[in-house]
Ligand binder design. Structure first.
Ligand SMILES: [Zn+2]
Length: 260
């Protein structure tokens, strides 16, 4: 794998549909269907192909790739993202929270089966979306192995890739995922991946509300990521100093401030 950007999307906003959540921390990861469409056009114009995580990690197939991923498993994965991806001849990996399947605004079992059936890759984003870094071994098994089994039971196919809720990652999470049979783990640490990257600690680039198309284009080429990496380090340092619980309180206080 040559330098490959792994994009991280969440719920897509579409006219007339209520979003799953409305907090400021959630909304900053929500972009519109039209912006998503512009992103796909931009990927295509730059000569890249939008692919699933499996295809990005595979050594088969030449050409420049961008991995497209979605976290959480909201129903817009099927109703908005999948039709647009198909229009461009692209694929993606949808990391689904097993315990959210069937909840209002999220994929139902039937929709999840349909998404897998049209060739989209289904990954796992835990059982309950709890942050995994502080869980007991027992709870970690449920969130990682239990969620995998539940999703595989619904779609009737292997679920090979995992992404960490809230980007919380550590060695124990990676090891548990590997032992549970996953082939990769995606984090939210900013960066691109290449053949030297640890498949169980893949970097991604969060696509946020208000991202300019110019920035987006640069990110797909693996450029212009330094400011993001710097912000990551500040947050990582804050986590280390404050501990997870205090960090979450401070972070939500910052993010829930009304935008100016
Ligand atoms: Zn998530």
């Amino acid at each position: 794998m040559i330098n490959t950007a792994f994009l991280m999307y969440h719920e897509l906003e579409t006219p007339g549909r209520t979003l799953c959540e409305d907090g400021a921390g959630y909304l900053r990861y929500v972009i519109s269907d039209s912006d998503f469409c512009r992103h796909l056009a931009s990927i295509k114009n730059a000569g890249f192909k939008g692919v699933s995580v499996s295809a990005a990690l595979s050594t088969n197939g030449a050409g420049k790739k961008v991995a497209i991923t979605f976290d959480d498993g909201t129903e817009t994965d099927l109703t908005v993202a999948a039709p647009l991806l198909r229009e461009f001849g692209f694929n993606a990996t949808f990391y689904v929270v097993a315990g959210f399947v069937g909840a209002t605004g999220y994929l139902s079992k039937k929709q999840l089966v349909e998404l897998a059936g049209i060739g989209c890759e289904i990954g796992c984003h835990s059982m309950s979306h709890r942050y995994l870094s502080n869980l007991s071994d027992h709870d970690l098994q449920i969130e990682i192995a239990g969620a995998k089994a539940r999703l595989e039971g619904i779609i009737g196919a292997p679920v090979d890739h995992f992404s960490c809720p809230g980007g919380r990652w550590n060695r124990r999470i990676a090891l548990t995922a590997r032992e549970s049979g996953y082939k990769s783990v995606a984090t939210s640490r900013t960066g691109v991946n290449d053949s030297t990257s640890d498949s169980y600690a893949l970097s991604r680039i969060a696509v946020k509300r208000g991202t300019s198309l110019a920035d987006f284009d640069r990110w797909c080429r693996g450029e212009g990521l330094m400011p993001r990496k710097a912000t990551d380090s500040v947050f990582a340092a804050a986590k280390g100093i404050l501990g997870t619980a205090a960090y979450e309180r401070v972070r939500s206080r910052i993010l829930d401030k009304p935008a100016n």
